[in-house]
Ligand binder design. Structure first.
Ligand SMILES: Cc1cc2nc3c(=O)[nH]c(=O)nc-3n(C[C@H](O)[C@H](O)[C@H](O)COP(=O)(O)OP(=O)(O)OC[C@H]3O[C@@H](n4cnc5c(N)ncnc54)[C@H](O)[C@@H]3O)c2cc1C
Length: 423
């Protein structure tokens, strides 16, 4: 059996470790004091706090679903829910996605949007190939008015970057790409969203995504509070971690690819150049506040307006009653882009609906990855150079892909299928 170290205990590291544990000797090294990465949660006075987001699970890939459900009892351990997302605009709740609910907007906006969409119908350029950046794509697909009132402000807040600088390859396959005819028909037929991966989703009956972490980590050897600071080659087939502390045949790295140039010490100019090329990629952090809230039946509330600093509220207390064990009210997570001052966030909560009362705060520096025009090519080159040393990249920040949990599992499956580990 090969000795393999997996660096990082998020969903990517846990998944690949489970997939390889029958054919390799696996140890997971995690720099944090507890495992789970972005999907770990904690209890605050009995209430469940998703420290990042409000993780729900689904996948379009049947093989991923089969693998996932082989670890859980879908009927007994999970709740299946329908997404009930809304957008708060001018103090009104509008359906989500907004393009399917333009009939709920005030008449002047509605008229402007419909006129633009009708003009575009004769010249339907909804395909990604027609645009070079995200901003042009959004305006080209939905028109200036919808861009002005929703897509522009919301996405600028979320990504904290100039949308004109975002290449479209990044979003291809990640966003539903509606056709204009479908948009207009959806409004007339009042059809509900259905083509999004999370239009219905699964959520654990207890402990949210921490439940997933706990189950997937069973029987795995995980070494927490272990920061991998150096990786060297000591012979043609062996790798040394942290100055000889661990000697292994192979490494799966699920950490931040931008840090690799500081960690990997191999005398290979092409590799060093490839690591330097990705060292300055940009990511966006999120500040999250666990709050008590008044009751509602919403799952996600989007906040595009500039008057709010927060960009969405995730009503995690509605996902499972067991998330609200420390309060007679419900709980939710208010998400802000970037690092926010705690006092500013407390003041902001007063502007938002639901009589929000803060219970706990978290800042996560690495939440959203931002690709540039070269990222995919640069990562592919780096991957192929690292492979020759037995080092593999896996996960959202190692591959710099906008992965959800299911995509991390799918990427782990592809890595396992590469057969490197069974030789
Ligand atoms: C706001 C938000 C909401 C989301 N909502 C959903 C959702 O509802 N559903 C869904 O499916 N997905 C969702 N996602 C995506 C999901 O969170 C990610 O796809 C997934 O958690 C990424 O897992 P990962 O293992 O690749 O990375 P991570 O979870 O970041 O794990 C990497 C681990 O590596 C460790 N590490 C890094 N460097 C080192 C080192 N040098 N030594 C040791 N350890 C190291 C880190 O501490 C970390 O634990 C959301 C993401 C965000 C940001």
């Amino acid at each position: 059996m090969k000795n393999v170290v997996v660096i990082g205990s998020g969903i990517s590291g846990l998944s690949i470790s489970r997939m390889l544990k029958e054919v390799c000797k696996i140890e997971i090294l995690e720099k944090d004091k507890s495992f789970g990465g972005l999907i770990k949660c904690e209890r605050i006075g009995g209430n469940l706090f998703h420290r990042v987001g409000g993780h729900v699970f689904n996948s379009r890939n049947q093989i991923v679903l089969d693998w996932f459900w082989s670890h859980f009892d879908k009927e007994k351990e999970f709740i299946k829910a329908k997404r009930n997302a809304k957008i708060l605009m001018n103090s009104n709740l509008i359906g989500y996605p907004i393009e399917n609910y333009i009939s709920q907007l005030p008449e002047p906006q509605l008229k402007a949007i419909v006129n633009e969409l009708l003009d575009k119908l004769s010249n339907d350029k909804t395909n990604v190939e027609n645009y070079s950046n995200f901003k042009d794509f959004l305006i080209g697909n939905f028109g200036e008015e919808l861009y002005k009132i929703y897509f522009g402000p919301y996405n600028t807040k979320l990504w904290n970057t100039d949308l004109a600088s975002v290449p479209l390859e990044w979003l291809d396959g990640k966003l539903p790409m509606p056709k204009l005819r479908e948009v207009l028909l959806s409004n007339i037929l009042k059809s509900e969203e259905s083509n999004m991966v999370h239009s219905s989703f699964y959520y654990p009956c207890r402990d949210g995504s921490q439940f997933i972490v706990n189950r997937l980590s069973e029987d795995l050897s995980i070494n927490c509070s272990y920061n991998v600071k150096s990786i060297e080659v000591i012979s043609s087939n062996l790798l040394s971690i942290n100055d000889g502390d661990k000697i292994v045949d192979s490494i799966v790295y699920c950490g931040d690819v931008r840090q690799l140039h500081k960690i990997i010490k191999i005398d290979d100019s092409a590799l060093n150049q490839a690591m330097t090329n990705v060292a300055n990629l940009i990511s966006n952090g999120t500040s999250n506040v666990l709050c008590e809230t008044d009751e509602n039946d919403i799952s996600w509330l989007y906040l595009p307006e500039d008057k709010f600093k927060a960009h969405r509220i995730i009503y995690t207390g509605n996902f499972s009653d067991t998330n609200n064990e420390g309060t007679s009210r419900k709980t939710c997570v208010v998400e802000f882009s970037g690092k926010q001052d705690q006092l500013d966030m407390i003041n902001e909560l007063k502007l938002l609906p639901g009589n929000l009362a803060p219970l706990s705060f978290n800042y996560e520096a690495n939440s959203y990855i931002i690709q540039n025009q070269n990222t995919r090519k640069d990562i592919a080159i780096l991957k192929s150079l690292l492979k020759s040393y037995g080092i593999f990249l896996l996960g959202r920040f190692a591959e710099w892909e906008y992965y959800n949990m299911d995509k991390c599992i799918e990427a782990a499956m592809e890595l396992k299928e590469s057969n490197f580990f069974s030789k």
